[in-house]
Design a protein around this ligand. Structure first.
Ligand code: SAM
Length: 482
């Protein structure tokens, strides 16, 4: 790799990769980085690694290119029921806590983040299926995401060779798999249908979000992923996971990714030290400090404090603005308190009602969120956002026809609202109305063209126009002539 001015270019490339994917290649791993890029170069259309690196660091990065590259940079090693201690804890501690008295009616929401070829989320699906009939009858949603689209496509097929079964008892194979002609094992459609696979880059994408169904989780598994991340970026992911969990929800990391590797100081995530297992639980109580991620925006604060007299206290923000900031930082309980105080003084404040509805929805309290939307609509009948939000809540509750009505009202009031077009597209797709779905996806695509890629769209929980464009593009590939 003579044409790479080694240290300098690789340094820059490594920093670029960390920013875009979270993956950390320090100096000691430059050789691995070079090797991965030289393997990826032909598929990316470059003659060698040097050309590929030079192009990536000098011109605006192409998302598809990065996605292909990520498949070479990441380690997709996985197998069914990997780390038995985790699955024992899920069966014996987590599920009983989540399905105890009074919680029977709620949908159980699980997310396998960094799922590779699907063995992990499918193990969860089999575990749930093998549990008591009471648990089996509950609505369960398992979301499985990864940055590697190739792995996701394989996961969707559900066909596995011997290597994926290295710790699996024969009885599991006999119960849940059928043999293919080439002696592989094919997972039963019933179990495959329990998992929804989707692309999500933990370093870039916006979550939690109703839009990607990454909100109000009961359990998140992110095992053997963050150990490859730069520490600050791993901690940022952990903070977002905290926001994505319901109060009392659980997070399981890989055995080498314990609170000793990362911080024990993620506010509101309490580590429990169990043998062979790294598990956190989201505290339900108040969390006094905002996360360091947001505080870090003010550089060299400590030096400044030493040399200058203390600044006068910042003027108090307006309650709605304050609550919005807390909401964006994922501090839903605190945002809720701020909004309750505001609404006690101004019960008809439509924007306050809508924000409180979003807070409740992110905590999984959908019925309350729906009621608040109805109150917001009562207070301001012309607010499209309240109708849109109510639609997304109905959608989560499986009330598709009511969702459709709310989205249509939102669109009547704001015909250019991109997220409503996207939501209607998904709703029609789910209902088998392809032509209508396609029409709304096309409208969303056209409206997105008015934005710069990096524009964060209003009401989108931080989603950029570029990311939404990808979602729309991927939705449109279902229709043959697009
Ligand atoms: C070693 S596998 C872990 C699979 C599974 N969780 C397990 O423990 O068996 C790591 C996975 O993390 C994914 N990954 C790496 N960086 C990611 C990112 N920025 N966003 C999403 N997934 C990522 C990789 O593509 C890979 O599939």
């Amino acid at each position: 790799m003579s044409s790479i001015k080694r240290a300098a270019d690789l340094e820059e490339f490594s920093a670029f990769i960390a920013e875009r994917t979270g993956l950390y290649f320090p100096r000691e791993k430059f050789q691995d980085l070079e090797l991965a890029v030289s393997r990826a170069a032909p598929e990316l259309g470059f003659t060698d690694a040097a050309a590929c690196i030079n192009s990536l660091v000098t011109s605006p990065p192409d998302k598809e290119l990065l996605e292909t590259l990520a498949a070479y940079l990441t380690i997709g090693e996985t197998y069914f029921f990997r780390n038995k201690a985790d699955f024992d804890a899920i069966r014996n501690i987590v599920l009983p806590a989540l399905t105890g008295d009074g919680k029977r009616e709620q949908t159980l929401r699980i997310w396998s983040a960094g799922c590779a070829t699907g063995e992990e989320p499918y193990s969860l699906a089999m575990l749930l299926d093998s549990c008591s009939p009471a648990l089996r009858s509950r609505a369960v949603s398992i979301l499985a995401t990864d940055i590697n689209s190739k792995a996701l496509r394989e996961a969707g097929r559900g066909i596995y060779g011997d290597w994926s079964f290295r710790e699996v008892p024969e009885q599991i194979k006999a119960t849940y798999f059928t043999k293919t002609r080439d002696k592989k094992l094919h997972l039963l459609p019933r179990i495959r249908g329990m998992v929804d696979f989707s692309y999500l880059n933990l370093a870039e994408d916006s979550y939690p979000s109703l839009l990607t169904a990454t909100n109000a989780m009961d359990l998140i598994l992110c095992r053997n992923v963050l150990m490859y991340f730069r520490a600050d970026l791993a901690e940022a992911v952990l903070r977002k996971f905290r926001a994505a969990l319901k109060d009392g929800g659980w997070l399981i990391l890989g055995p080498a990714e314990g609170p000793l590797t990362f911080s024990d100081k993620i506010p509101g995530l309490e580590p429990a030290r169990l043998p062979g297992l790294t598990i956190y639980r989201k505290a339900a109580g108040p969390r006094p400090q905002p996360p360091a991620l947001y505080a870090a925006a003010a550089p060299s604060r400590t030096t400044a404090a030493r040399t200058r007299p203390p600044a006068p206290p910042a003027p108090k923000k307006r309650p709605l603005e304050e609550a919005g900031g807390l909401y964006r930082a994922g501090l839903y309980t605190e945002a809720g308190k701020e909004l309750e105080a505001l609404l006690a003084a101004e019960p008809q404040n439509a924007a306050g009602l809508v924000l409180l509805a979003r807070v409740r929805a992110n905590l999984g309290r959908l019925a309350e969120a729906g009621k608040l939307c109805a109150e917001a609509i009562e207070a301001d009948k012309l607010d499209p956002l309240a109708h849109y939000l109510l639609g997304t809540i109905f959608l989560e509750e499986g009330r598709d026809s009511e969702a459709g009505m709310s989205f249509r009202k939102a669109l009547y009031l704001a015909p250019d609202h991109i997220l409503t077009h996207l939501a209607l597209g998904n709703l029609f797709l789910r209902g088998g109305k392809a032509a209508w779905a396609r029409r709304h996806f096309k409208s969303a695509a056209a409206l997105l063209k008015r934005h710069e890629q990096q524009d964060v769209l209003p009401d989108s929980e931080g989603m950029t126009a570029g990311r939404l464009e990808e979602i729309v593009r991927s939705a449109l590939t279902r229709f043959t002539d697009d």
